[in-house]
Design a protein around this ligand. Structure first.
Ligand SMILES: Nc1ncnc2c1ncn2[C@@H]1O[C@H](COP(=O)(O)OP(=O)(O)OP(=O)(O)O)[C@@H](O)[C@H]1O
Ligand SMILES: [Mg+2]
Length: 233
């Protein structure tokens, strides 16, 4: 479960105080799939980054599967993140000097997984890139890079997957392939999924839709469907 309590993020930019998140409280049960929506600048990426412990809030607490992460040291947070969280960045964030296979291997090797290479190859085959293992990011299309990023985020089979507009830069067909993949991972492994999107059709595939506005929760709605991935009829 992800529990966010009274989370605020206030910064100073150009000498002025800026409130990016303002007293956000929400609970996401294990295995739930959640879309986070809202206008540009409403705080979606900030919220996701805080949930992943990539940044520290100015107030509030975040508890992931019983561990309060905002007070963890940098190194304990890194270890916790490797075990628990897969993160898909909107801009892919692949390491340019590593091949597709090596990019997926990074989290596996960090976690000391002996069968890492076989597992990384299998993951890349799952995302349809078995024939691109030795390609560098510049030799891959945007959709292919995003699929490598999905494989990497999922390499350690994290119980929580956080995805920041994973289909934002892709054509709709490639976007659907990425979503099918993410939802299959959720179905097969019961992954809790929090996904930022501007796309209503993608949001409608989730159990729940949370909308942010000006750093606050504007609406929080459970969608009338039992299984994510089923189309509404
Ligand atoms: N380091 C920072 N210093 C000052 N302001 C920041 C900083 N980081 C983000 N912001 C501001 O916080 C607000 C929320 O940013 P955030 O990236 O969370 O928005 P978002 O909802 O993800 O938007 P988008 O849909 O465009 O990705 C924005 O107005 C942004 O300018
Ligand atoms: Mg964003």
């Amino acid at each position: 479960m992800i529990a966010v309590q009274h989370l605020s993020m206030r910064l100073t930019a150009a000498g002025r105080p800026v409130t990016i998140l303002d007293d956000v409280t929400l609970e996401i049960p294990s295995k739930q799939t959640v879309a986070v929506m809202g206008p540009s600048g409403s705080g979606k990426s900030t919220l996701l980054g805080l949930m992943a412990g990539l940044d520290r809030p100015t107030a509030g607490a975040i508890t992931l599967d019983g561990t309060e992460i905002t007070s963890l040291s940098e190194s304990r947070m890194a270890k916790f993140r490797r075990a628990k969280i897969g993160y898909i960045f909107q801009s892919f964030h692949l390491i340019p000097t590593l091949t597709a296979l090596e990019n997926v291997l990074v989290p596996l090797e960090l976690s000391g997984n002996a069968a890492a290479k076989d597992q990384a190859i299998e993951l890349l085959q799952t995302v349809g890139l078995g024939n691109r293992l030795d390609h560098y990011p510049v030799q891959l299309s945007g959709g292919e890079q995003q699929r490598v990023a999905v494989a990497r985020a999922f390499a350690c089979r994290p119980p929580i997957l956080l995805a920041d507009e994973p289909t934002g830069n892709l054509d709709s067909q490639t976007g659907h392939r990425i979503m099918d993949l993410v939802l299959a991972l959720h179905r097969d492994y019961g992954t809790t999924l929090v996904l930022v999107t501007h796309d209503r059709a993608i949001a409608s595939l989730m159990h729940r839709v949370i909308a942010l506005r000006d750093g606050r929760i504007e609406s929080d709605e459970i969608l009338p469907r039992t299984e994510p991935g089923e189309s509404a009829s």
